[in-house]
Write a protein that binds this ligand. Structure first.
Ligand SMILES: [Zn+2]
Length: 422
């Protein structure tokens, strides 16, 4: 058989270039979910599907399903894909890499005239990014029957239209999308594999293992706005023993939790902890002891038990610090997104394909959420492949080497081809 990477790279590179050209926005790209540039990705995929003789199906949420029939059409399909949208002025590869990989495999199957045992389906999700309406995974949530009717009333951050109006204007049915029922029979999916750029620095730091098989997708627990309430006072006139400094109390809490975090990692827990929002009052000034500070928190792990235990420890430490410093920590409701597993059999299929075909891989958890996690939480057996990328993600400088992409894509290719040979 032809060398996959050499044969397929021109196809993949041309696809990336074409979409980048069409959705270029300043230094990056912008492809809003249910907007014209996301639609272009779907249109391009439909054109390719016609050329490759694939069946074309669009579900009521606008997710696109392209099928290469297998020998036994009663078998559940092998499905691969990702999302075609992007954040505003984002990079070209977040989402599109998985779309391109799934299409590249379809292209190669046709070129090599391979008939698989089961259907191979490319699945392109609508609106994965939350940047426009504040709701992530709209396409996959709708597909699995988990999109809530009230989420359709969310408004666009600039044009003010609701998500329902936006979806309807694009030709899809918002009512059916939030009808509480899966839009397609999910039991007809034997495996869903999503290739995605890593969005973190680990793979890019490795000289030779630049592809990963994902071990699980981290869940998260968040506080949007909590407060520390102390006492505002004159910064020159009040000695330390009389102070109730809210910023000092928060700093002590964060520093304490940072040390706990390190210890938890050392004993083998999976955990990340971030205080991404910290604000004093608008009336704060350098000559005033801050009497109040608000903050937001995000903690993630593959294990919800770890998250909950770390959260409980934080509340305990805050009690202690509050008592010592004479300040009060006020917590808002926690927002929880459950961790989701990858399917052990799908993960094994990926790892054994990597071993058989000499593709060096790492294993790692996914810190970011993905459509694959939504499908997994709906009972679909999922797996994920990560590809090294540079300069992070969700920004215009996001980058990916086409050689790294082809390595990940080759892993998908072999996994698809070998799926029924195990
Ligand atoms: Zn993505």
């Amino acid at each position: 058989m032809t060398d996959f990477r050499t044969a397929a790279q021109p196809f993949a590179a041309a696809f990336f270039d074409d979409i980048r050209r069409e959705s270029r926005d300043g230094p990056g790209v912008s492809r809003q979910g249910y907007g014209p540039h996301e639609e272009y990705v779907h249109e391009k995929a439909r054109t390719l599907a016609r050329e490759l003789g694939m069946e074309i199906d669009t579900d009521p949420a606008g997710n696109l399903w392209l099928t290469r029939p297998g020998r036994d059409r009663t078998l559940p399909a092998f499905v691969s894909g990702s999302h075609g949208d992007s954040v505003p002025q984002g990079g070209n590869y977040d989402g599109l890499a998985g779309v391109c990989a799934a299409l590249t495999v379809a292209w190669m199957l046709e070129k090599e005239n391979v008939q698989l045992e089961r259907d191979y389906r490319v699945l392109i999700f609508r609106m994965e990014e939350s940047s426009w309406f504040g709701r992530a995974y709209v396409g996959s949530l709708a597909l699995t029957g988990s999109l809530l009717p009230r989420e359709l009333e969310l408004r666009h951050r600039t044009d003010g239209r609701t998500l329902a109006e936006t979806v309807a204007a694009c030709g899809f049915d918002p009512q059916v999308m939030a009808g509480g029922r899966p839009l397609r029979d999910l039991s007809k999916i034997a495996a869903f594999v999503e290739l995605h750029i890593e969005q973190g620095p680990r793979l890019d730091a490795s000289p030779d293992r630049r592809t990963a098989v994902v071990t699980g997708i981290r869940g998260n627990l968040r506080h949007k706005i909590c407060r520390v309430v102390g006492e505002t006072a004159h910064s020159g006139a009040v000695d330390r023993e009389f102070r109730h400094d809210a910023v000092m109390a928060l700093a002590e809490l964060l520093n304490t939790m940072d040390r706990h975090w390190k210890a938890w990692l050392d004993r083998g827990e999976d955990l990340v902890f971030t205080a991404g929002v910290v604000n004093t009052l608008p009336t704060a000034a350098i000559a005033i002891i801050p009497g109040e500070v608000s903050f937001g928190l995000d903690m993630r792990s593959l294990s919800m038990e770890t998250i909950r235990a770390f959260h409980a420890l934080m509340v305990e430490e805050a009690e202690r610090i509050g008592a010592e410093r004479g300040v009060r920590f006020e917590w808002d409701d926690v927002l929880v997104c459950e961790a989701s597993g990858v399917d052990p059999a799908v993960r094994a299929a990926l790892e054994s394909a990597a071993g058989r075909h000499g593709i060096p891989v790492q294993t790692m958890p996914s810190g970011a959420g993905h459509d694959a996690a939504v499908l997994s939480n709906a009972g679909v057996p999922v797996g994920m492949i990560f590809v090294a990328n540079q300069n992070g993600s969700h920004n215009a400088r996001e980058a990916m080497d086409i050689g790294d992409f082809m390595a990940g894509c080759e892993l998908l290719w072999h996994t698809v081809c070998d799926f029924d040979l195990r």
